[in-house]
Design a protein around this ligand. Structure first.
Ligand code: ASP
Ligand code: MG
Length: 417
């Protein structure tokens, strides 16, 4: 294995590649911030393409017509590529990928939803990387044979030993020749099927590559100034953390701070690889440095998770919620792949707050309906205040009806309408 010194991994999310102007900006960032350095560029789907593909796939799966949204997706990618390189002869790979998407869509059946979802929705990254690689004149790399996962569709679990060996063998000779562009969010099974790593999973991809290659640093380029104490669209007085530890960041990401995918930090922390979060609008600004450090108490962080659902289970015979009951409830949650964001136990009922998915909740109710009386409310919001104080609690809770609340020494959480 050839070692690569001073490798930088850059991750560009959907907003940073949303149109031709954004991709020109990406090109400027690459040229000015990492000249001559070995560079791996991990790219997400352009703008809202993943949402569009989810809709197209859903139509296909239900046997409905998807021609109009597919046509729009096709034209958008082709037009962006053309705007970046007018008259360029190398639109071939992009057009071939668009053709392959069309063919795969024609094969979608009523069979396993999640498996087929991965085969289709993954095209967002395959297309975006074709456009970006062509614009940079960089090498386009298919990550799927390298990032090996199991068959947990839509949330592929990485097989680290296989991935590390494959990445460490394939990348160094490519990187020695110049920048390499590859997909975020995607992996592949041993049988050659595509998997995805969970929505917003491109950050995690960047961390996987950085870990496997012992990168010097990872930089996530965002439309915000760095890691902030809150989403500035909701809390205009949000402050930027100039420096923050892996541990704090892992917790914030876990609670739903959307700036970094929660799985990203662990591989980086394990190898001590610093993570920078920087603004693609102002690349010279400092951003946030996430690494192994000590810092004084941080300003309270406000994290909002919408689209939540509060489920309550009562045993039908008014028996107390026992460990045996909990085992059944947890088993069913795992089977329906509903992740617990918050939970609370009382004498005869047990409540959990999860991300709402109609399909998964119905599956859960079918599993538990025989044994428990279940209620649920959807369209709820889960707020978390990390490093809370009295003022920050008052600020968020005043005037809100709290359906459930919980606090630990450092964290205050509540579910509301
Ligand atoms: N394109 C994928 C998504 O929108 C992955 C990502 O953006 O990180 O979820
Ligand atoms: Mg995205």
């Amino acid at each position: 294995m050839t070692a690569i010194n001073h490798l930088q991994v850059y991750k560009f999310g959907g907003a940073s590649v949303k149109d031709a102007a954004a991709i020109r900006n990406l090109r400027r960032i690459v040229e000015t911030t990492a000249p001559g350095q070995p560079l791996l560029i991990v790219v997400s789907a352009m703008g809202k393409t993943t949402n569009a593909l989810e809709e197209i796939f859903d139509l296909a799966h239900r046997g409905h017509d998807y021609e109009a949204p597919l046509g729009a997706l096709h034209d958008f990618h082709a037009a962006t590529a053309a705007a970046l390189a007018p008259g360029a002869p190398d639109a071939g790979p992009l057009l071939a990928t668009l053709g392959a998407l069309r063919e795969q869509l024609a094969e979608v059946s009523a069979d396993n939803y999640d498996r087929q979802y991965d085969q289709i929705v993954s095209y967002g990254e395959l297309l975006a990387t074709q456009v970006v690689a062509a614009a940079l004149g960089a090498h386009w790399l298919d990550c799927r044979p390298l990032v090996r996962t199991d068959r947990t569709w839509r949330e592929g679990r990485v097989d680290w030993a296989t991935t590390r060996a494959a990445v460490a063998a394939a990348l160094p000779p490519l990187l020695a020749r110049g920048p390499v562009v590859t997909q975020g969010f995607l992996g592949g099974t041993a049988g050659g099927l595509t998997t995805t790593l969970g929505r917003e999973g491109s950050d995690y991809s960047a961390a996987i590559f950085a870990y496997c290659l012992g990168a010097e640093a990872v930089t996530i380029w965002k439309d915000v100034a760095g890691l902030l104490s809150a989403d500035p669209k909701i809390f205009p007085d949000a402050v930027r953390y100039p420096e923050i530890s892996y541990q704090e960041t892992i917790e914030m990401a876990y609670y739903g701070a959307s700036v970094i995918h929660p799985k990203t930090l662990k591989p980086l922390a394990e190898r001590g690889i610093p993570l920078r979060v920087k603004s693609f609008v102002d690349p010279a600004a400092d951003g946030t440095l996430i690494h192994d450090c000590q810092h004084p108490a941080l300003a309270p962080a406000f994290i909002r998770k919408t689209g939540q659902c509060l489920l309550s289970f009562e045993s039908k015979d008014f028996a107390f919620i026992s460990e045996e009951n909990l085992e059944v409830i947890f088993g069913a949650l795992a089977q329906a792949r509903l992740k617990i964001n918050l939970m609370q136990n009382s004498a005869i009922s047990f409540s959990v707050c999860t991300d709402f998915s109609e399909r998964r909740v119905q599956q859960l109710l079918a599993l538990l309906g025989g044994q428990f009386r279940t209620h649920y409310n959807a369209d709820l919001t889960l707020f978390t205040i990390k490093n809370y104080d009295a003022a920050s609690i008052a600020r968020l809770t005043t005037g809100r009806e709290l359906l459930l609340e919980q606090r630990t020494r450092s964290t205050f959480q509540f579910v509301c309408r």
